[in-house]
Ligand binder design. Sequence first.
Ligand SMILES: Nc1nc2c(ncn2[C@@H]2O[C@H](COP(=O)(O)OP(=O)(O)OP(=O)(O)O)[C@@H](O)[C@H]2O)c(=O)[nH]1
Ligand SMILES: [Zn+2]
Length: 301
Amino acid sequence: MTEPLPGVVTKAVGGFFFVHHAGRTYRCVGRGRLRRSGRIVAGDRVWFRPLSADEGVVEAVEPRKGELVKPAAGDPSRLQVLAANVDQACVIFASASPDPEPQAVDRFLALTEACGLQPVVCFNKRDLADPQQLRALYQSVGYPVLWVSARTGEGLDRLREALRGHVSVFVGPSGAGKSSLLNALNPQARRKVGELGRGGRGRHTTTVAELVPVGEDAFVVDTPGVDVLAFVHLDPDAIRRAFPEIRRLAAACAFPDCAHREEPGCAVREAAARGEVAPSRFRSYLTLLQEAEEAWRARYG
Ligand SMILES: Nc1nc2c(ncn2[C@@H]2O[C@H](COP(=O)(O)OP(=O)(O)OP(=O)(O)O)[C@@H](O)[C@H]2O)c(=O)[nH]1
Ligand SMILES: [Zn+2]
């Protein structure tokens, strides 16, 4: 009997698991209790035994490092796991058309950080404009910043590099070019551009997430019609941790729980006054913190 091989589940549907190994996909069934629905999802790292050139049996599942979840269809009190082992989020905005709004970029980044995903900032539509100031801003915060065009292919090599070794999710506003970029990275994926806007299919339909291979050991999780960040709960603590440059400075604040508003001895406000924290970033932080506090009060009184 052949030895088990390591693989990554790209899709779980109808009792079958599609397992990616060395550039091939094997349609597998699960052994024993692994047959049960929900035991294996897209993104799971598994050991499987090939039965032929394109079929096999999954023998074991590696423990998950993180899950992307959403409320289950029909029972919002339960969580449905969309995908496992997603570790990176490409926050995709257009360079122009529509113009990128710093406050919107910051919101996506904060949501991404709150999910425990490593953000990569990616400005698409490079053929239309150079968002030079925003590129410099997010670079200074410490994020990797890419500038690409799905249309001309410019910058896609660096995007591929950033994706290698990760399971990533593409997030960003409608019209930024998420589908176009996925199609450019893997033409076989052939996702229909402009068809599945946010909420296009509603949040409560059953969704099958799928990992799209985009190179050697690189996958992008595609969750058609589901905005994976729509279910993230931003509490005030999460906001305080979500801005890396503010988080770093906060260690020097007089109060350990400083919110960086009116507190005396606030190192963050002092740095902002010296121009060492970008005004737009500080504004985004304060806006999101206030929103989170209001939501918190509405929820818990
Ligand atoms: N000029 C230019 N247009 C682009 C580029 N990438 C995408 N577009 C166009 O931008 C529009 C939106 O692209 P999509 O890929 O559907 O954007 P999306 O982010 O997936 O949008 P949703 O599905 O609504 O979330 C389409 O008309 C694309 O043809 C690019 O690099 N340059
Ligand atoms: Zn402070």
